[in-house]
Design a binder for this molecule. Structure first.
Ligand SMILES: Nc1nc2c(ncn2[C@@H]2O[C@H](COP(=O)(O)OP(=O)(O)OP(=O)(O)O)[C@@H](O)[C@H]2O)c(=O)[nH]1
Ligand SMILES: [Mg+2]
Length: 249
């Protein structure tokens, strides 16, 4: 059995497979204590609701206002039979009134989280139309901060009204490709039980879908930024944001 010790050195092991869109379940690697999953996306997309759904209880505060509820990175440990997972709930990435992509603080907060904790999986949560900001946040977090080294999966919420929730993917797959976004996996779900639990069946189905995706795509060991990268990434994020702002004015 090939054993790769967790930590920064694992990335430097030439035998260690780099992420190229494949799943990680075929590799026999030593289990780490916990697997860090960063849940990110716009305000109100349903990030905290997804964490509650996976935890099976209301551990994370859910918002009812447009102003944003989760204001700092928060961790939730959710043990499963296969592994221990730590889900990181993060503040919403919003387009502000001045045309800036997202608040600098929110993006820099994500960078700090990845740098401090290491990350095994990115979970991008979206809801509603495929607007430009979705691509921008994908570029910022997956492209610039994580340098495409971490698997990223998509969770689309708010689909309880659809006849078949997976229909969303069939309708939007081409548009996602056109936006040049690639995901290791996707789950079309509802993270809302509904009044008097009217969505209970599809909610339970959604919970299983998301867990299955996590099991299939979560890296067994975390990715850490190389030592010189945080400063470079900080600058690239700023440049990207300034460029985006001047283009959109
Ligand atoms: N209809 C519907 N509502 C949802 C769904 N998921 C979450 N909501 C509702 O959307 C609102 C925002 O949900 P949150 O989970 O707080 O969203 P968030 O992404 O954590 O928001 P911030 O912390 O503000 O960034 C709440 O009223 C939820 O009940 C869903 O799948 N369908
Ligand atoms: Mg939240």
């Amino acid at each position: 059995m090939q054993v790769v010790r967790p930590g920064r050195m694992a990335e430097e092991n030439s035998e260690y497979p780099k992420f190229r869109g494949e799943t990680w379940q075929n590799y026999s690697l030593e289990r780490t204590a916990t697997r860090n999953i960063v849940v990110f996306g716009q305000t109100g997309a349903g990030k905290s609701s997804i964490i509650n759904m996976l935890a099976g209880s209301g551990v994370a505060e859910v918002s009812d206002s447009a102003s944003g509820c989760t204001s700092s990175n928060k961790r939730y440990s959710i043990p499963r039979e296969d592994n221990n997972y730590t889900f990181w709930d993060t503040p919403g990435l919003n387009e502000d009134r001045e045309g800036s992509v997202s608040s600098q603080a929110a993006v820099q907060g994500l960078l700090k989280l990845v740098n401090d904790q290491g990350v095994n999986l990115l979970m991008y949560c979206i809801r509603g139309r495929l607007v430009n900001i979705i691509r921008v946040n994908y570029d910022l977090f997956w492209g610039i901060i994580c340098r495409e080294n971490v698997p990223i999966v998509l969770v689309v919420t708010g689909l309880e009204g659809k006849r078949g929730m997976d229909e969303w993917w069939r309708e939007n797959e081409k548009a996602i490709k056109k936006m040049k976004m690639v995901f290791a996996g996707h789950a079309c779900i509802t993270s809302w039980k509904g009044r008097e639990n009217v969505n209970e069946t599809v909610y339970n189905e959604s919970t299983e879908k998301v867990w299955e995706m996590v099991r299939a795509h979560c890296r067994p060991i975390p990715w850490f930024m190389p030592p010189e990268w945080p400063n470079k990434a900080r600058k690239e994020v700023m440049d990207y944001m300034v460029g985006y702002k001047s283009c959109s004015l």
